[in-house]
Design a protein around this ligand. Structure first.
Ligand SMILES: *Cc1c(COP(=O)(O)O)cnc(C)c1O
Length: 362
């Protein structure tokens, strides 16, 4: 542990890379020679425009996005996207296909229904407590789009590969695994990610949207809920969350320049997943809750034989400098969120702690 900082396994807001926090600290009083903090400068200044554009250029480069894609920054979190997506892309007489893989998908579906629009839940893993990702899904060929949650933060499942929608635009909530692994963006009409899991602080949602989707946006929706407002003004129609975007930019710079890019990041994340799942599978004391072929490399959910033992585990973990290991309040148990900023050292330390705890209590 460095600088009295704990091993942070919080689900979100979550750990940020230490070099990013240090850079924020060091430049806080005088950003880029401006004589002002980044929180004090105009969002229309060259200083901030450089920050915003660098975040966009890096996102495009890291994810290998072609010129059809726009990178936007919108407030209101991933939860506002649940509402904006049907508002912008689901017209009269149309229907959308949703795959329900847990808490966040359920909320996304609810927002379509609130608008009185048609949504078809084409697959769900609710029958087994959302412990798996559905396979062989039959999509409706006339669906306006297909919505999925790429990583299920609460239940600890993740799509290992994305479904073939046969040309129907795919829309994904990637809040908790954005920038953790490579993927081909071309089937996606829109991708969104609340920053506070893997790419920054709370207060901004990254939205990547394809040109053909923007062409469908109707005129008669409120200005701030329209994607074209953000795409036409480079996310500067009104004051954006400057500090959050600045932090995202630094996280992306760290990912490219310190980690060495997305391939390297994915390799590290796979290694971290292997370490912790091997510990769980090899124990007979810890029980993983997600089906092995649906396991998340970002949120590792597990249980013990009884709740008192789980409480003891979390208490002793806290005393030993490990934070955020309590499962989501809706499901209980334990969860280690091992996002990009939780390095292999942190995961190794956690695995050592888990083994010691098992020896004492198993
Ligand atoms: C945390 C989370 C959300 C909610 O994000 P907010 O920014 O709080 O609205 C939505 N989807 C997923 C997958 C999440 O992990």
């Amino acid at each position: 542990m460095k600088n009295n900082r704990i091993y942070n396994f919080n689900p979100g807001p979550a750990a940020l890379p230490l070099p990013v926090l240090e850079e924020i600290r060091d430049s806080f009083l005088n950003f880029a020679g401006s004589g002002m903090s980044v929180t004090e400068i105009s969002h229309r200044s060259k200083w901030f425009e450089d920050v915003l554009n660098d975040a966009i250029v890096r996102t495009r480069r890291i994810l290998k996005l072609d010129e059809r894609f726009h990178v936007l920054f919108i407030q209101g979190g991933a939860s506002l996207q649940f509402c904006m997506i049907p508002m912008n892309f689901l017209g009269q007489g149309q229907s959308a296909d949703y795959v329900n893989t847990g808490t966040w998908s359920t909320k996304a579906i609810k927002e379509v229904k609130i608008q009185g629009k048609s949504v078809k839940t084409v697959a769900s893993s609710e029958d087994k407590e959302f412990s798996y990702i559905p396979k062989n899904i039959a999509f409706n060929s006339d669906a306006a789009y297909v919505h999925i949650t790429s990583n299920n933060t609460v239940r600890g499942t993740q799509w290992a590969s994305f479904p073939d929608t046969k040309g129907i635009p795919l829309i994904a909530d990637m809040s908790s695994d954005m920038m953790s692994r490579r993927f081909d963006a071309s089937p996606f009409g829109l991708i969104y990610a609340g920053a506070q899991k893997n790419i920054g602080p709370a207060g901004v949602c990254m939205v990547i949207v394809r040109d053909d989707m923007l062409k469908q946006v109707p005129d008669n929706i409120p200005t701030m809920l329209k994607y074209t407002t953000f795409s036409e003004k480079n996310s500067l129609y009104n004051t954006p969350p400057c500090f959050a975007i600045y932090t995202v930019q630094l996280v992306l710079k760290w990912l490219e320049e310190t980690v060495g890019g997305l391939d390297k990041m994915e390799e590290i994340n796979r290694k971290k997943g292997e370490l912790i799942y091997a510990c769980i599978d090899g124990s007979g004391f810890y029980r993983g809750t997600a089906a092995p072929d649906s396991r998340s490399l970002m949120n590792v959910t597990f249980r013990m034989s009884d709740e008192d033992l789980e409480k003891k585990f979390i208490k002793e973990a806290t005393e030993n400098g490990f934070g955020g290991l309590k499962g989501h309040r809706s499901v209980g148990g334990c969860r280690a969120s091992i996002y990009n900023a939780s390095g292999i050292e942190a995961v190794k330390a956690l695995v050592d702690f888990m083994k010691t705890f098992e020896k004492k209590n198993g």
